[in-house]
Design a protein around this ligand. Structure first.
Ligand SMILES: NC(=O)c1ccc[n+]([C@@H]2O[C@H](COP(=O)([O-])OP(=O)(O)OC[C@H]3O[C@@H](n4cnc5c(N)ncnc54)[C@H](OP(=O)(O)O)[C@@H]3O)[C@@H](O)[C@H]2O)c1
Length: 305
């Protein structure tokens, strides 16, 4: 069997999201980066070393053999950019930050253009809207009549912990106090380890220390504490089912994240699903999850079902 041809993607707009998309595509085996499309004012800008061989254009029409364009431009420029690209019959994925009625209207407008040019489009395919919308929808589907609360926070405040830091094998450590939804205080200890250090031994030692023993303490070995400190965003999705004869269900998702990175992951996954769709516009909840796994669909089914 001949190998499947990689899907050729163009990244349009090389800001936070666009840069991560380009990096993810260049690291993947089943996708290739056909072009980076930038405004004329930035087209001469330097690209990271790993992307130097990628053609930079100022118009999608100058890029060759593009199967899908990822629109990583500001939300107020998405419609016009989408229109220009769909006119070439090139399918698009956007991650416009629109919700509810506004996203619905955006999808309808793109749908008309996409149908006219017989191309596919996935809109609002980021973290929120996007993956978080899918979680929200699942939570609601599981507990009809319940109520959902979404709380955003600006990450956790981290402080140094001398105790963990002084352990053999620990380069540095940060500690955070996190209030669980039931009000209890939890301690998260993030440790950056020396090369070859035994993560399990250190985890146990931290938890057994008198300072943490009486607390609900979780230990997370991380590659870089500096990077962790940069991560600024967090969200708690809290769904409570209605009281009644089906029991009291409480579903909770807590995430600490870099929204640009997760948005890029969703956009790239959505691009893999596009060839299987009929012309028109879709939101993420309308896309089969297995299609977004691309060539890894079968393995994902074995691993996660
Ligand atoms: N759904 C989600 O969860 C989520 C999360 C994060 C971001 N987003 C959305 O993702 C998009 C990109 O966000 P970002 O954080 O990467 O923004 P950003 O860092 O500001 O990058 C946007 C890029 O678009 C290009 N651009 C700027 N103004 C433009 C204009 N008027 N017309 C066309 N292109 C323009 C520029 O790239 P060049 O200089 O290369 O032309 C700029 O670097 C936004 O629509 C944002 O709302 C969604």
């Amino acid at each position: 069997m001949s190998p499947v041809k990689p899907l050729r993607l163009a990244v349009v707009g090389f800001g936070r999201v666009g840069q991560v998309c380009a990096e993810l595509i260049s690291l993947s085996h089943d996708l290739s980066l056909a072009a980076i499309v930038r405004r004329a004012a930035s087209a001469g800008g330097k690209l990271p070393e790993t992307l130097r061989s990628i053609p930079v254009t100022t118009h999608i029409g100058q890029a060759r053999d593009v199967d899908v364009a990822l629109l990583c431009v500001p939300t107020n420029a998405v419609m016009e950019t989408a229109y220009q690209i769909l006119q070439h019959g090139i399918p698009i994925v956007d991650c416009a930050t629109l919700h509810g009625e506004a996203l619905h209207a955006h999808k309808n407008a793109i749908h008309k253009v996409a149908l006219h040019h017989r191309a596919q489009a996935i809109v609002g395919a980021g973290w929120d809207p996007g993956a978080l919308s899918v979680f929200r929808s699942w939570f609601a589907l599981l507990t009809p009549g319940g109520s959902t609360e979404t709380r955003h926070h600006t990450g956790i405040s981290l402080r140094h912990t001398t105790m963990a830091r002084s352990m053999v094998g620990v380069k540095d450590a940060l500690c955070a106090e996190v209030r669980a939804t039931d009000g209890r205080l939890q301690r998260y200890v993030y440790v950056e380890l020396e090369q070859g250090a035994d993560a399990d031994r250190i985890t146990q030692a931290v938890r057994a220390d008198p300072l943490f023993l009486r607390e609900n303490t979780q230990v997370f070995p991380v590659e870089s504490l500096a990077e962790l400190e940069q991560e600024g965003r967090g969200v708690v999705l809290d769904r409570r089912g209605p009281p009644g004869r089906f029991g009291h269900h409480h579903l909770l998702l807590e995430a600490r994240l870099d929204d640009a990175v997760l948005t890029a992951q969703v956009m790239v996954a959505a691009a893999r699903a596009l060839p299987q769709l009929n012309p028109g516009a879709y939101v993420l909840t309308e896309i089969p999850l297995s299609a977004m796994w691309g060539e890894k669909a079968e393995k994902a089914q074995q691993d996660w079902l």
